[in-house]
Design a protein around this ligand. Sequence first.
Ligand code: PMP
Length: 369
Amino acid sequence: MDNLSFDKRNGFIWYNGEIVAWNTANVHVLNHGLHYASCVFEGERAYNGRIFESQQHTKRLFDSAKSLDMEIPYSQKEILEAKEMLLEKNSLLDAYVRPVVWRGSEMMAVSAQATKIHVAIATWEWPSYFDPEQKMKGIKLDIAKWRRPSPECGPVLAKAAGLYMICTLSKHEAEAKGYSDALMLDYRGQVAEATGANVFFKMPDGKLHTPLADCFLDGITRRTVMKLAEENDIQIIERKIMPEEMAEAEECFLTGTAAEVTPVQSIRRALINLLTNAIRYAGKAKAKIQIFDDHSEIVIDDNGPGIPRDKREEVILPFTRLDNSRNNQTGGTGLGLSIAKNAALNHGGELILEESPLGGLRVRLLLPL
Ligand code: PMP
């Protein structure tokens, strides 16, 4: 069943108020939702026949639709009842529930004034979003190169299909490198969320820190975890979190309907990050590890243009982004370096930048033994 294409499965789908056979729930190729991303959806889970926070999910579906100027032609009560009825019809107790709202085929242009708003609901069995073995060990996160857009760019708080384009790209890039998922920064360079889940960090102060959900989905699981933490006297701090602060985090986990609560094992370890960046951007890189009486030294040389000499301190402390600078041959993003610098400081070491005899940048990471 798991590998069966989603259009070939058995069961029933709720489609514009009717229960239809799974394989007949189709749309035409000329469909506004498909061409212009005029589409919002929900992801919910039922446990033992009951949908977790069903009302909140339905409310969010209506809010998302409204923010894309779409009026759902049903009441929230009708959608709530339809979800329950469909689960029963498909004989599912533990299941994923996917309501989707989209504009139809009546118009094929940017303007969509006359399109009909369609609603469908599907339910299926979906045990674990991440590989269960990986999940037990803790997953590994890459850092995405795509960023969550600013609220001035669009309705960024909605669960809108169009916003998932950069999530799919980021997840594919992470998976190609062997990571389970990617952590995305926002347009300001602050930590935002993973590609389909929110993120929490346990910091040395013993409190749970999570980014303010001001430009990404404020997850229902995120809010549930915050409530549970408060009930258990664990203080929650919602704040701006810079990527270099992650080096201090003692624990990290993701929250989401699909991901549930998933522990994170590492966020692209600093050294690997330094090396891969050096190789990716410089073309040629060399690493050397030396052990001295009281410290070890890791030296990474590259032959790339590196960060311009007069910009190095600025790039690293505090972390700032030289936009697209690698591609313009004028320097790097500094993210790997700033994470490594914090990791080194937290272990009583330091990170030194010099000219490399290879012609690029030399990074010396000194760690006490
Ligand atoms: N962010 C994104 C981008 C998501 O797709 C999801 C999953 N819906 C979340 C966060 C978590 O939201 P929730 O806990 O409501 O599922």
